[in-house]
Design a protein around this ligand. Structure first.
Ligand SMILES: *[C@@H]1O[C@H](CO)[C@@H](O)[C@H](O)[C@H]1NC(C)=O
Ligand SMILES: *[C@@H]1O[C@H](CO)[C@@H](O)[C@H](O)[C@H]1NC(C)=O
Length: 346
């Protein structure tokens, strides 16, 4: 009895296999895909009939971070945004031998895609030279890999209290616009959620770390929408400020001290040295903060500049004080010689 059952199972299996492989060869892929999308409605999400939300695995490949502006408090980046999700209506597992189809960008409008948007975006662009920079792969298990190339400027509120020795955290919030958590859920891809290209190099900052968070700290646009967040931790490079601000101001302070070695009688030399250094300090201060927004708190650079200005100003005051003291002493010396001084002048 037993061998018979085995034979029946195996034989019917073989028969089925030969039949199905024969069937496959008969189906034209073109006809198949046309037929598949005949029934398909791209305006309805995959889970329209069920309760389960669509899990979308999101990953980001950062090509470049171009500029970080303190003035407008934003940053510009160029990235590939990749989304992966499964649409059970598109399973073609045993109908075609192909593992996946690569669809043309003109065909993509026929497929439902998640309505991802960047909450803190100010401006964003797709790229469409020479064709829209989109990729859509449809796998035989109904899963879809969808990749877009975007350039976007996103707001990044900065605290400049430690400027220019500060670190900034610029975040990007990804959220679904129209569908609540009931329909769509975004998740960061488990490994390599955010990859930065090797050519990501910023003139003023070093990208220290990227941190992905499954939920947004501040859920912008309502709490029921799925929202994921990535933080870019950026450390400011101080080399520029060393060369352009710190070393020149140190030298100006040292220059103002030259006046201490000059004779008290060299009044024009000492006065002009004092005034010149004070004025240069003021100009330097203006140049140092010209690229910053007009925030009302005190920044580290302000403290530095104020101390330098105080030193330079003190050197000028010192001369005024010394000059007065010297003249008084001279008067006293003159009087000790000529007793007439003591007499009240009539
Ligand atoms: C949807 O959820 C409700 C309540 O949780 C449940 O009773 C129902 O069977 C679910 N329907 C489907 C299609 O899963
Ligand atoms: C999304 O990620 C989860 C966890 O790694 C994985 O189980 C699932 O298959 C992924 N979905 C897609 C469509 O790749």
């Amino acid at each position: 009895m037993k061998p018979l059952t085995v034979c029946v199972t195996v034989c019917s299996g073989l028969l089925l296999l030969s039949w199905s492989s024969e069937g496959q060869s008969n189906i034209m892929k073109t006809d198949f895909i046309q037929a598949m999308f005949e029934e398909y409605d791209s305006t309805l999400p995959p889970n329209f009939e069920s309760n389960e939300s669509v899990k979308v695995n999101v990953s980001l490949y950062v090509n470049s971070i171009d500029s970080i502006s303190e003035q407008s408090m934003d940053f510009t980046m160029n990235a590939f945004v990749e989304q992966e999700w499964c649409d059970p209506r598109l399973i073609f597992y045993e109908m075609i031998t192909d593992e996946y189809f690569e669809l043309d960008s003109r065909f993509m409008v026929k497929v439902w895609v998640p309505d991802l948007y960047f909450t803190n975006e100010k401006r964003a662009d797709f790229h469409s030279v020479t064709v829209p920079n989109k990729m859509l792969h449809l796998y035989n298990n109904g899963c879809i890999r969808y990749r877009l190339r975007v350039s976007l400027t996103a707001s990044c509120p900065m605290n400049l209290q430690k400027y220019p020795m500060d670190t900034q955290i610029c975040s990007l919030y990804l959220q679904s616009f129209a569908f609540t958590r009931k329909t769509i859920e975004f998740l960061w891809k488990v490994d390599k959620a955010v990859v930065t290209g090797s050519s990501v190099e910023l003139p003023q900052f070093t990208l220290v770390d990227t941190v992905t968070k499954g939920t947004c700290n501040e859920n912008i646009g309502g709490s029921d929408f799925t929202c994921i967040q990535v933080d870019f931790n950026l450390r400011r490079n101080t080399g520029f400020y060393m060369i352009q601000i710190y070393i020149p101001t140190i030298m100006i302070v040292l220059l103002s001290w030259v006046s201490f070695w000059l004779s008290i009688d060299a009044v024009p030399a000492r006065i002009s040295l004092g005034i010149l250094t004070v004025l240069t300090m003021t100009t330097q201060k203006g140049a140092a903060i010209s690229s910053l927004p007009r925030v009302s708190y005190v920044k580290a650079i302000d403290v530095w500049m104020a101390v330098c200005l105080a030193f330079v100003f003190a050197a000028l005051l010192e001369f005024a004080f010394v000059n007065v003291m010297q003249r008084r002493e001279q008067e006293f010396d003159d009087c000790s010689l000529e007793w007439v001084c003591e007499q009240p002048t009539v």
